[in-house]
Write a protein that binds this ligand. Sequence first.
Ligand code: HEM
Ligand code: FPP
Length: 304
Amino acid sequence: MQKTIDGTYAKAPSASATWRDYYELTKPKVIMLLLLTALVGMCLATDGWVSWQILVAGLGGIGLLSSAAAVINHVVDRKIDSKMARTFNRPVTKGKISPKRALLFALLLGVAGYLCLELWVNRLTAVLTLLSLVGYAVIYTMYLKRATPQNIVIGGLAGAAPPLLGWTAVTGEIHSHALLLVLIVFTWTPPHFWALAIHRVKDYAKAEIPMLPVTHGVEFTKTSVLLYTLLLTIVCLLPFLTGMSGLIYLVGASLLNAGFMYYAWKLKFASNEATAMKTFGFSIVHLMVLFVVLLVDHYFKFSL
Ligand code: HEM
Ligand SMILES: CC(C)=CCC/C(C)=C/CC/C(C)=C/COP(=O)(O)OP(=O)(O)O
């Protein structure tokens, strides 16, 4: 890779796009985890089984609209992505897919997703999912990301919405237990992202994005990661304290939070080169396993 005079990475001769490039635009791994949280929202909304129609159309619609949001993010961010080593190789940034084609792709995904939810699920879920798309693709990406180091705290609400979207897909109503699941993902997002941002602080500074470690320094960000992880540990007790989840959840969540606190503590007080990325990696395992444990607890708590 070669750097150009304005600090961006040089474009390779633009090869033609493959389906893999379009797939990459949808941020598939992130969407998979989002869909897991939506699935858990669906399952916890009822004591019975979720109908196949709601499961398929609900997850399909939420997945398509989230993917559309991710594609728009690639188009809007193509200039800043070209300045960062982690992102310079993305299909729109590299010129493999033109912004126009990518936006058309996003439109197709978005319309298909909205119709899925509107026709086969319910209007509340369709509207809330569309609002989440606007929250991420417009409010976070176009405005907050460039405006304030609190960008990911506020913008995190869009990424935290899927458990609620799953819940409303099944019941057509907003329930306080669903909001509790949203609160968990919302509190998890800052330590998830800031751990990565600490590792990538130079990239973000070069791209002039006001992420917390750029504006307030790495030490302040490490303290923020530790405090948010502590807050997450407390928030994760709420499903048990409110009677939404049982002992399986309490034990699983406590172990996971002990692991996250270990990494956050190490990051603040005994970190080496690798600690920030290990903390980031653990955050993903933490959320994934936490939601699986919520599910296991839901189906087995009655037989205990
Ligand atoms: C505003 C909120 C969020 C921000 C700013 C954020 C930021 C990021 C960034 C910058 C990456 C690195 C991607 C890369 O390596 O190219 C990442 C990875 C990831 N994020 Fe987040 N994230 C947010 C919310 C979420 C949510 C809500 C979920 C799921 C529930 C999630 C799941 C993941 C996963 C699974 C990865 C790993 C992707 C991979 O390895 O390709 N993130 N996140
Ligand atoms: C409809 C709905 C639920 C929408 C939510 C969509 C969504 C994909 C949320 C995930 C958040 C995320 C990956 C943020 C990173 O963006 P970034 O631009 O900071 O990271 P990047 O530099 O890797 O692009």
